[in-house]
Design a protein around this ligand. Structure first.
Ligand code: TYM
Length: 348
């Protein structure tokens, strides 16, 4: 039986926001009680966009430490789990090359996130940005992970990772058997996309995802925001003139209301239906005051701890280095197996 193993990653670019926290990190914390978990700060992915966007070496180091600090401040135990930055484990890049030769151009051409991120000037996008989903498949499969907690926006990338795993298992099936490995050498990783906030939307526009790259800081709540900033952003959040509905179907075609109710539900750990039972019929002004109190109560302790830890470079770096060593021990075995399966002669 394959070990049940969780892998997920977060990019160290720009500010972590409420979407990253509610869509992904909250689930990372929950899963640590039932699985062996590996959480990665994906610095190789960060440099796929122009340097003017990722900010250069100092900013990359700062963001890598900040994401690590956010993991720990949110409640991920770095001793029980593995927390590390991707570039420390050479296996991510090595396995990507093998997968580059398994994945098909047609598969990558369908990736919507590449189209969004490359924009109109596609010829000028980096080769790395195009290959981003293959690196992501290598991240997961290097640890032969079975479960991947992510937000809704990563679903297509996860499907690609499953396709790559399946094609590798098929293409090399004879060699896999000759090497006495299981026929499904790479498990097909399951996406774990759960909770009321798998797609947190912009506070300024309910049709747009909350994102690090939105020009307006009012579109998102950053994990580094203080109580005043959180309050201002929620009070200014776009809404419609109707009071809140009492049932979930009343949120259809009201994206901004749906988003705020989803955020409330996720922060309070209750279903949306319960939130509507409590606030149905209320005006947004009253609901927003409650949401401000809830968001500040939940996020402030994390923000404070994240900021404190981010300054403690010695501690954060020691977590990453220890995690890197433990990750590497698992990765090296996969790389050995893959070399034998593909037919690369290697040092014993
Ligand atoms: P990244 O760094 O963009 O986002 C980190 C996590 O946050 C989720 N997320 C959201 N969830 C809900 N609402 C939102 N508005 C929102 N915005 C972001 C993302 O879905 C993600 O789970 N490609 C990944 C990083 C990655 C990865 C991996 C993930 C690299 N290798 C292997 C899983 C497994 C990314 O860009 O995440």
């Amino acid at each position: 039986m394959t070990t049940q193993r969780v892998f997920s990653g977060v990019q160290p670019t720009g500010n972590l926001h409420l979407g990253n926290y509610l869509g992904a990190i909250v689930n990372f914390v929950k899963l640590q009680s039932s699985y062996e978990c590996i959480y990665c700060v994906v610095d190789l992915h960060a440099i796929t966009v122009p340097m003017s966007v990722w900010g250069g070496p100092d900013e990359l180091r700062r963001c890598t430490r900040e994401v690590t600090a956010a993991f720990i401040a949110s409640g991920i135990d770095p001793k029980k789990n593995i927390i590390f930055n991707q570039s420390q484990v050479a296996g991510h890049a090595e396995l990507t090359w093998v997968f580059n030769c398994v994945a098909r151009l047609g598969w990558l051409n369908r990736m919507t996130q590449f189209k969004e991120k490359a924009g109109k000037d596609r010829e000028n996008a980096s080769v790395g940005l195009y290959d981003y989903p293959v690196l992501m498949a290598a991240d997961i499969l290097l640890y032969r992970a079975t479960h991947v907690p992510v937000g809704e926006d990563q679903k297509q990338h996860l499907e690609l990772a499953r396709d790559i795993a399946q094609k590798f298992n098929n293409d090399f099936s004879e060699s896999i058997a000759a090497n006495k490995q299981p026929a499904t050498y790479f498990p097909l990783p399951e996406p774990v996309i759960t909770g009321p906030a798998t797609r947190v939307m912009s506070l300024r526009d309910g049709a747009k995802k909350m994102s690090k790259s939105d020009a307006s800081d009012y579109s998102r709540i950053n994990l580094s925001d203080d109580a005043d900033a959180i309050a201002q952003k929620i009070r200014k959040a776009k809404t419609d003139p109707e009071p809140l509905p009492s049932e979930e179907k009343g949120l259809e075609a009201r994206p901004e209301a749906d988003n705020l109710v989803g955020i409330f539900a996720a922060l309070s750990g209750t279903p949306k239906a319960d939130v509507l039972r409590e606030f149905g019929g209320a005006q947004f002004s009253g609901f927003k005051s409650n949401l401000v109190d809830l968001a500040v109560a939940k996020l402030s302790p994390i923000t404070t701890e994240m900021k404190r830890l981010s300054q403690d470079h010695a501690y954060v770096d020691s977590v990453l280095i220890d995690g890197g060593e433990r990750a590497n021990a698992i990765a090296e075995q996969t790389i050995k197996d893959v070399k034998d399966i593909v037919g690369f002669i290697r040092r014993k």
